[in-house]
Design a protein around this ligand. Structure first.
Ligand code: F6P
Length: 320
């Protein structure tokens, strides 16, 4: 193997740059050439390739976003688009790809492998942390800390004005961000798609707290569970408390990655290169109980990542 490519796909996640840096530098260290593919699969189809060297990835480890840019490509969803992508790889003598992204990106890579034999290793990068076979996805820790920072700030106003705040967080169909930030932020209730909770239970808890003299509260709602706006309206109606909503949005995805995300990204990116050199393909790398592992893509995509129920219950007990 002489030359590999690297791309980032799907939503950007803080720490993707640290992963790109690790891929490029480990590949060069091992004697390979590296091509950076711009704008994810869209750049693969359009041939937006550039040669990477040691200095192409200098001064990026601390930056959020992705220097390779990212996109959600429509043309890559078509067989013609994927054929064009495979032709571009062949013409540029790229023998393997490192794909940094989420499950949609991995499904795309699997199609490319099924149809054209393109070798790839997937590196999980998504703030949603919803990729099975890894405890952590790149970007999750930073996103949780971004949410936590927001909760802390909102709490100041919640306390001062004796208000209830509903904070809607990202996560697409999963509640990992909501759960982790909710526990760390001492939220009174956490609504996530994985666990059914009746709004009346949330309301009862608020009323119980109020009767004990608790005059402010924070409720975290994962976007996949409900609309923060609706929950806010219902709580206001049912309790009569002064209730406000904050939808955090893309602020969660930005900013300098935490040390944890940089470390995970560096380790996973370097491992992906090693696996390609060993002749492996169709694998996804991950961190399981602190150790690096790799899994077959079919296995990884057939698994479901589950919420740790005991963490959810603990958050409820501690926020009584
Ligand atoms: O997958 C990451 C994520 O931020 C989700 O949490 C969210 O639902 C989605 O991307 C938002 O996508 P976009 O940035 O395209 O609006």
């Amino acid at each position: 193997m002489k030359r590999i490519g690297v791309l980032t796909s799907g939503g950007d996640a803080p720490g993707m740059n640290a992963a790109i840096r690790a891929v490029v530098r480990m590949a060069i260290f091992r004697g390979l050439e590296v091509i950076g593919i711009q704008r994810g699969y869209s750049g693969l189809v359009n041939g937006e390739f550039r040669e990477m060297n040691l200095s192409s990835v200098a001064d990026i480890i601390h930056r959020g976003g992705t220097v390779l840019r990212t996109a959600r490509s429509e043309s890559f969803r078509t067989p013609e688009g994927r054929k064009k992508a495979a032709d571009n790889l062949r013409e540029n003598c790229i023998e393997g790809l490192v794909i940094i992204g989420g499950d949609g990106s991995f499904r795309g890579a699997r199609c490319l492998n099924d149809e054209h034999g393109v070798r790839f290793i997937g590196v999980p990068g998504t703030i949603d942390n919803d990729i099975p076979c890894t405890d952590y996805c790149i970007g999750f820790d930073t996103a949780v800390n971004n949410v936590l920072d927001a909760i802390n700030k909102i709490r100041d106003t919640a306390t001062s004005h004796e208000r209830t705040y509903v904070i809607e967080v990202m996560g697409r169909n999963s509640g990992f961000i909501a759960l982790e930030a909710g526990l760390a932020g001492g939220a009174e209730s956490i609504l996530i798609p994985e666990i059914e909770v009746k709004l009346d239970e949330v309301v009862e808890k608020l009323l119980r707290g109020h009767s004990r003299g608790k005059l402010h509260s924070v409720i975290i709602v994962a976007e996949g569970a409900a609309s923060g706006l609706d929950i806010c309206r219902e709580i206001q109606e049912k309790t009569g408390f002064d209730t406000k909503v904050t939808i955090l949005g893309h602020i969660q995805r930005g900013g300098s990655p935490t040390a944890f995300d940089r470390t995970v990204a560096s380790r996973l990116g370097a491992m992906a290169v090693d696996l390609l050199i060993e002749g492996k393909e169709r694998r996804v790398v991950g961190v399981v109980s602190g150790n690096l592992k790799d899994f077959d893509i079919d296995y990884a995509l057939s698994q479901e990542k589950t919420i740790n129920r005991s963490i959810y219950d603990l958050a409820g007990i501690l926020a009584i």
